[in-house]
Design a protein around this ligand. Structure first.
Ligand SMILES: Cc1cc2nc3c(=O)[nH]c(=O)nc-3n(C[C@H](O)[C@H](O)[C@H](O)COP(=O)(O)OP(=O)(O)OC[C@H]3O[C@@H](n4cnc5c(N)ncnc54)[C@H](O)[C@@H]3O)c2cc1C
Length: 301
């Protein structure tokens, strides 16, 4: 096996795991095709010591630091298939070539499944946002919309209310519990039951939402509780158990980021219900240490 670990997804989670492993002088291959989830946002926020720095720049610094270790290898390519083989795993690339490694770390992230409202897609990461902790401060107050689903929307809107005057666009057919109605009232949230027809303004700028009844609600930003989808089928191909969360299906892991399949680890957005750069980095570190321990256990058995 040319590699102790093959890592599919070389962003925050994958690079964090790689850093731990190459520092342990293990041979690591990081595979990445350059599509991190936050690529739509100009800057990343809430990341200690990197607040306001472009997300791509943070990842590039991390990549350069990992690459400085002699046992690190990179392949900028798309992985299209994985399989368990004798002694480890094989990974197939889009051009048909393949590689093998003793352990596999899945850190290829998730995709956001955006609501089908005209104007959301072209503003994603700029004025149509997913996380108030990441981008709420930069909105700078004023009228903010929240688009949510079910009871979760109430807590989402109550949080976003810290950063502006919130209108929650909510389908009231999903009746709000008295507790959540009280929470929204106390947070000063206005509930708008009429659906949005489209977002208006010159994208990525947002001036407001046009409702299906023709009314216009001025907005500086719209927070969207998007569902997520794991785009690559690798975990399922390998027989890893999955787990359902309110935002979508993710890979089931234990406290050390080990999946239910021996030798397969998962870290970052694809293995946690809600995530950010810091949490993905932390998961990657945990996975790197656990993966290392599993190699040592095999070598000393
Ligand atoms: C618009 C937006 C803005 C955000 N802003 C912030 C912010 O300000 N602060 C913050 O902390 N968090 C922010 N986040 C959240 C943050 O982006 C994620 O939590 C973080 O990127 C997750 O890291 P990850 O390593 O798990 O996955 P990702 O960063 O998504 O990386 C996955 C990597 O795997 C690669 N990959 C996928 N499939 C394959 C394949 N088949 N073969 C090879 N490579 C593959 C991709 O190219 C990608 O580089 C934002 C999210 C969004 C959607």
């Amino acid at each position: 096996m040319p590699h102790d670990a093959v890592i599919i997804g070389g962003s925050y989670a994958g690079l964090s795991a790689a850093l731990q492993l190459v520092r342990a002088r293990r041979r690591v291959l990081v595979i990445d095709d350059g599509r991190p989830r936050n690529r739509y946002a100009a800057r990343a926020h809430g990341v200690l010591a990197n607040d306001g720095r472009p997300g791509a720049e943070i990842a590039a610094t991390a990549r350069a630091q990992v690459a400085a270790y002699p046992t690190a290898a990179f392949r900028m390519a798309e992985a299209v298939d994985v399989a368990r083989v004798d002694g480890g795993f094989s990974v197939v690339f889009a051009d048909g070539t393949r590689t093998t490694g003793r352990r596999l770390l899945l850190s290829h992230g998730v995709e956001d499944v955006l609501v089908d409202i005209p104007g959301v897609k072209e503003r994603w990461g700029r004025t149509a946002l997913h996380c108030p902790w990441c981008h709420g401060y930069e909105v700078g107050g004023g009228p903010i919309g929240v688009l949510g689903r079910g009871e979760m929307a109430a807590h989402y809107a109550a949080t976003v209310a810290e950063w502006g005057d919130v209108t929650l666009f909510l389908d009231l057919d999903n009746a709000l519990s008295p507790e959540n109605a009280r929470l929204l009232y106390r947070r000063g949230v206005t509930i708008e039951p009429t659906p949005i027809a489209r977002l208006e303004g010159e994208a990525p700028t947002l001036t407001g939402a046009r409702l299906v009844d023709g009314r216009f609600v001025p907005l500086k930003a719209l927070f969207v509780g998007a569902a997520v989808r794991i785009a690559c089928p690798f975990a399922e191909t390998l027989g890893c158990d999955m787990t359902d969360t309110p935002l979508g299906r993710i890979v089931k892991v234990d406290a050390t980021q080990q999946t239910t399949q021996p030798g397969v680890f998962a870290a970052g957005d694809l293995a946690r219900a809600a995530s950010n750069i810091t949490l993905s980095t932390s998961d990657g570190l945990t996975a790197g240490h656990a993966l290392f321990r599993s190699l040592v256990e095999e070598e000393t058995a």
